[in-house]
Design a binder for this molecule. Structure first.
Ligand SMILES: CC(C)(COP(=O)(O)OP(=O)(O)OC[C@H]1O[C@@H](n2cnc3c(N)ncnc32)[C@H](O)[C@@H]1OP(=O)(O)O)[C@@H](O)C(=O)NCCC(=O)NCCS
Length: 212
């Protein structure tokens, strides 16, 4: 079952221009990568573009979700192939966080991702079916840059989009056994609403939601 769809007017209002965000705490001078000291700027959040490299994003997702995999969990984002990444990214509004990187062929590196309003092929939890509820998924920040506030600016982006779409709740599905991750969301105003079992995972998911 699909997630509730915002009105066409709301979708038309979707911002396509990149948002330059303040450098996250501790990230104004990001740590140099091993073997060099590339010049890294503040993160920029923008919509995913057709030219963006799906395989790089798949690898980023696999790295970010490796900790859950090590816990014995099987999140889709931790094992999905490039075709699945592409399908999912095109099934909603996909945002990426990028950092300027003078050593990278494109001059920037994708370091985080979040998917607003994914249209799932599988039936979703009852909470997601309500017209005032929107959702996000496929949320990750590359492992070497976690804990610097990049996740927060991606969250801020989808919370803003949900408000613009007229939603009063923003929800997500997460692996219930990942207690530390749940605390991350609870600290940011999300609350538990129900359990759900997706057909493609080996764990029970917790559906969390935040009143906007
Ligand atoms: C969750 C995630 C996107 C957050 O991104 P981030 O850039 O690290 O987030 P921020 O820097 O804005 O916030 C850092 C805070 O989150 C905590 N945190 C970061 N990753 C965490 C994780 N995997 N589990 C629990 N807490 C985490 C940090 O300790 C820090 O806590 P504090 O604010 O209370 O001090 C990122 O950690 C990640 O990619 N995790 C793996 C994939 C995942 O679980 N995605 C969510 C699926 S629902």
């Amino acid at each position: 079952m699909t997630a509730p769809t915002p009105s066409p007017e709301s979708r038309a209002a979707s911002p396509g221009s990149p948002v330059r965000v303040a450098a996250p705490t501790g990230a104004s001078t990001p740590a140099p990568t091993p073997g060099g000291a590339p010049s890294l700027d503040s993160p920029i959040v923008r919509r995913l573009r057709d030219a963006d490299p799906i395989p790089e994003i798949t690898k980023l997702l696999h790295r970010a979700y490796a900790a859950q995999v090590a816990m014995g969990l099987a999140p889709l984002a931790g094992r999905q192939d490039d075709a699945t990444t592409a399908r999912r990214c095109n099934s909603g509004e996909c945002y990426v966080a990028t950092l300027k990187d003078t050593t990278h062929p494109r001059g920037e590196r994708i370091v985080g991702i979040i998917l607003f309003h994914e249209e799932e092929p599988d039936q979703g939890p009852p909470w997601f079916q309500q017209p005032h509820v929107d959702s996000f998924s496929q949320f990750a920040v590359d492992t070497n840059l976690q804990g610097r506030g990049i996740g927060q600016i991606l969250l801020d982006t989808v919370e803003r989009r949900a408000r613009e779409c007229g939603s009063t709740e923003l929800a997500l599905s997460m692996a219930d056994p990942d207690t530390a991750l749940k605390n991350f969301y609870l600290k940011r105003g999300y609350r538990f609403v129900e359990f759900w079992k997706w057909p493609y995972t080996n764990y029970t998911s917790a559906i969390l939601s935040k009143t906007l």
